[in-house]
Design a protein around this ligand. Structure first.
Ligand SMILES: Nc1ncnc2c1ncn2[C@@H]1O[C@H](COP(=O)(O)OP(=O)(O)OP(=O)(O)O)[C@@H](O)[C@H]1O
Ligand SMILES: [Mg+2]
Length: 367
C-alpha cells in the first residue's frame, strides 16, 4: 500500500505510544516513560492522537515544550497524526517517603537555608510556600528558626495562637495535635506563636532538637505535597536534626550576589552535604544594583549545583514583608511575581529530579 493511501486509523497505536514513551522530558532530562508521565495514548476515530500527560508537579514550567517534543518525535518516527495532536495535562506530586520515622504524610520536605543571616531566607521560604500553593499544591511552612521566628510576621498572622486539639486513638489513648495556622491557604507553625515576641529564646541543643521534632510530629499537617522549612542562619544543628529524622527532598540555599556572601553560601552547601542533605540549588536574592548580579549563578555553576533563579532587590518585597502581606507578591501586578514563580518552578523540578536520583526511597502515594 502506498504512503498516500495510509489512513490515520492505520497508525499503530502501539508505535505511537512507544515513540511518546521515548520522548525526553525537556525539564527533567529523562524519558516520559521512565518518569511514568504518560497516562494514556489513544488514536481517535478521526485520526487525532490524544495523549494524557501527568506532570510530577503542578509547578511544571512551559508544559507546551512537552507537546512540541511529542510532535517532533511523531514526525521523526514517520507517525504524524494527520488530524492533529491533543495533549492534556494533569499533575500529581510524587514524593519521597518524607515522613521518616515520624509517620508524616508529606510528599516532599524542602529546607531553605543560607550561610549568612539576613539574606532573605525567610522571605524566600514564605514565597516558595505561597508560590507552590499558587500552582495548586498542598503546602505547609514550618519556621525552624526558633530563636528568631519571622514567618508569622511575614504571613500576617503574628497574633494567631494555634489550638491544641485532643485526639483519641482506636485503643482509647489520647494524644494532642497542634492545629497549624492557615495563612492564605498555607498551613504554618512557628515558635513565634508560642512566645512573647520580645522574649529571647535561650535553648541548648537537645531542647532545640526536641522542639523541631515536635513541630514536625505534633502538628496536624494532614496530607501535604510540600513542606517548606525555614532554617535558622548559621550552625547546622537544625539541619542535622532534620536529616536524621525525615527524608528531606533537599535544601534550597539562598544567598546574595556579592563575593563575601557567596563564601558563606559555599560553607552552607558543604555543611548540608556533610549531613547528607541533597542540594536542590541556589537562589540569588537581592539581585541588582546594590549587591551586583550573577554571582550566585556563577558560583552554582562552579559548585555543580543547580541555579534556581534570581530575585531582584526591590522595595516592594521588603514593604510587603513588613506589612505581613507576602502573599501579595503573587498578585498579577506585582513586579516580583515572575521571578518568584520561576524560583518555585525550578525548585519543584529539582525536587522531582531528586526522587529519581534516590530510587531506593519508597515513593509515597498521596491520594
Ligand atoms: N529581594 C528583596 N528585596 C528587598 N528586600 C528584601 C528582599 N528579600 C528580603 N528582603 C528584606 O530583607 C530583610 C531580611 O529578610 P529575611 O528576614 O527574609 O532574611 P533572613 O535570611 O531570613 O534573615 P535571618 O537570618 O535573620 O533569619 C527583610 O526586611 C526582608 O523584607
Ligand atoms: Mg529568617
Amino acid at each position: 500500500m502506498g504512503q498516500e493511501n495510509m489512513t490515520d486509523t492505520q497508525l499503530k497505536e502501539t508505535d505511537v505510544a512507544k515513540a511518546i514513551q521515548d520522548v525526553v522530558d525537556p525539564e527533567i532530562g529523562r524519558s516520559l516513560g521512565r518518569l511514568e508521565m504518560v497516562k494514556e495514548t489513544r488514536i481517535g476515530a478521526d485520526g487525532t492522537v490524544h495523549v494524557e500527560i501527568e506532570l510530577p508537579t503542578p509547578a511544571y514550567p512551559h508544559r507546551e515544550r512537552i507537546t512540541q517534543a511529542i510532535e517532533k518525535a511523531l514526525r521523526d518516527a514517520k507517525l504524524p497524526p494527520s488530524s492533529g495532536l491533543e495533549v492534556a495535562y494533569s499533575s500529581k506530586v510524587r514524593g519521597k517517603n518524607a515522613g521518616g520515622t515520624l509517620g508524616l504524610t508529606i510528599g516532599n520536605i524542602i529546607a531553605v537555608g543560607s550561610g549568612k543571616g539576613g539574606v532573605g531566607k525567610s522571605t524566600i521560604a514564605a514565597c516558595l510556600a505561597y508560590g507552590l500553593n499558587h500552582f495548586g499544591a498542598r503546602v505547609g511552612l514550618m519556621d525552624a528558626d526558633v530563636y528568631g521566628p519571622s514567618i508569622p510576621h511575614l504571613l500576617g498572622v503574628a497574633n494567631a495562637r494555634p489550638a491544641a486539639l485532643e485526639h483519641k486513638k482506636p485503643d482509647g489513648e489520647t494524644f494532642t495535635r497542634i492545629e497549624p495556622v492557615v495563612a492564605g491557604g498555607v498551613k504554618t507553625i512557628s515558635m513565634g506563636f508560642f512566645i512573647d515576641p520580645n522574649q529571647a529564646v535561650v535553648w541548648r541543643g537537645p531542647l532545640l532538637h526536641r522542639a523541631i521534632i515536635q513541630f514536625l510530629k505534633d502538628t496536624d499537617w494532614g496530607q501535604l505535597d510540600y513542606l517548606v522549612i525555614d532554617l535558622p542562619p548559621g550552625t547546622g544543628d537544625v539541619a542535622l536534626t532534620l536529616s536524621q529524622s525525615v527524608g528531606l527532598a533537599g535544601a534550597v540555599v539562598v544567598c546574595t550576589p556579592q563575593q563575601v556572601a557567596l563564601l558563606d553560601a559555599v560553607k552552607a552547601i558543604s555543611m548540608y552535604r556533610q549531613v547528607k542533605i541533597p542540594i536542590l540549588g541556589m537562589v540569588e536574592n537581592m539581585s541588582g544594583d546594590i549587591f551586583g548580579r550573577g554571582g550566585a549563578r556563577r558560583k552554582a555553576a562552579e559548585l555543580g549545583v543547580p541555579f534556581l533563579g534570581e530575585v531582584p532587590i526591590e522595595a516592594d518585597i521588603r514593604i510587603k514583608g513588613d506589612e505581613g502581606k507576602t502573599a501579595a507578591l503573587f498578585a498579577d501586578e506585582s513586579p516580583a511575581r515572575p521571578h518568584l514563580l520561576h524560583v518555585c518552578e525550578q525548585t519543584a523540578i529539582q525536587v522531582a529530579k531528586q526522587i529519581l536520583e534516590t530510587p531506593s526511597m519508597p515513593t509515597l502515594e498521596i491520594l
